[in-house]
Design a protein. Structure first.
Length: 327
């Protein structure tokens, strides 16, 4: 049997290590964590937690290089916002619009949960709530905007280009085969036909009427607070500043989210964002410290492909926002 030999003739005895716990008690680490958790809950008692759902960017998806808000991408965040015990859910809206279908689906889901959970919904407009963005804002019981926000654009738009004759000048022969006489409707490489235009206008009218119906149902008599503008003018696709929109009854007040909610629910409230904004492109691809830092780390092929998609997304969103950019 071997034993360790000490150079000291009378080695000092080492004190025993303190036990992690005493009999009948929790370990120190768990006890401290539980105490802190209990203390935090005690200090926060009476402080309402208000979930904040951010509805930012274009609405819908349109293929390569363009993505935005959809019910599929937001549904879990919406459910999380309405799962809290507080009496109110705050929406932050900053969108130039997009897909009317996704606008309807998202707004409809918000309204369904608001009724089911018996919660008030308040929307706060940042830069713009136009077209489908205003559709989303109408999911709220109240709409609050900055005096310089852009609000409205209750209309429907379809845009494209005509390339008639371009392929011939390039020496390219286009071959298209269809089953159905109307399958090639609104083809950009064919001459425009009036019956195609009438068909598109009919579709636009249906969507516009659904939009108008929603706004009338959600805003009700508040639309009568306008300054002499008739209801038909409000729905002609025009947009206004937040202050003008308030006079027209499209928004309820001019204010910002934090002071508005504090005035109503107390100064000790806590705002909890359930879906934070995505990081910037530079930070997303490790370029926050400069281009050289990102290149040193190296981008994989998948990173490069994702970067291209992200840049196209930003360009597309910027193009849509440019219409309402007054800077």
């Amino acid at each position: 049997m071997s034993a360790e030999i000490s150079d000291s003739p009378n080695p000092a005895p080492q004190p025993p290590a303190p036990p992690d716990r005493t009999p009948g008690s929790w370990p120190r680490s768990r006890l401290g964590a539980q105490s802190r958790s209990w203390l935090d809950r005690l200090l926060r008692r009476g402080q309402p937690d208000i979930p904040v759902l951010r509805l930012v960017g274009t609405i819908g998806q349109a293929g390569f290089g363009r993505s935005g808000m959809t019910l599929a991408s937001l549904e879990s965040h919406i459910a999380r916002a309405f799962a809290t015990k507080g009496p109110v859910v705050a929406l932050v809206v900053n969108s130039p619009g997009g897909s009317p279908v996704q606008s309807s689906l998202i707004a409809g889901r918000i309204r369904d949960l608001a009724v089911e959970k018996n919660k008030t919904v308040i929307a706060f407009v940042e830069d713009v709530a136009a077209s489908g963005g205003y559709w989303l804002a109408c999911a709220a019981d109240e709409i609050i905007a900055d005096k310089s926000s852009i609000v409205g654009s209750i209309g429907v738009i379809s845009a494209g280009f005509g390339f008639t004759g371009l392929l011939e000048r390039m020496g390219v022969e286009r071959r298209v085969y269809t089953a159905g006489t109307r399958k090639l409707i609104l083809d950009p490489f064919s001459p425009e036909r009036q019956d195609d235009v009438h068909k598109l206008e009919s579709l636009q009218q249906d969507v516009h009427e659904a939009f108008i119906k929603l706004v009338r149902e959600r805003r009700g008599d508040r639309l009568a607070a306008g300054d002499g503008t008739t209801g038909s003018d409000i729905f002609n696709g025009e947009f206004w500043s937040g202050e003008a929109a308030r006079r027209l009854g499209l928004v309820d007040a001019i204010d910002h989210m934090r002071p508005f909610l504090r005035a109503r629910y107390g100064s000790k409230l806590r705002l909890r964002v359930v879906n934070p904004d995505k990081p910037s492109l530079r930070r997303r691809f490790g370029l926050a410290g400069g281009v050289s830092g990102g290149v040193a780390g190296g981008l994989t092929t998948e990173d490069a492909r994702s970067l291209v998609h992200a840049v196209l997304d930003v360009m597309d969103e910027r193009a849509q926002n440019q219409r309402y950019d007054l800077s």
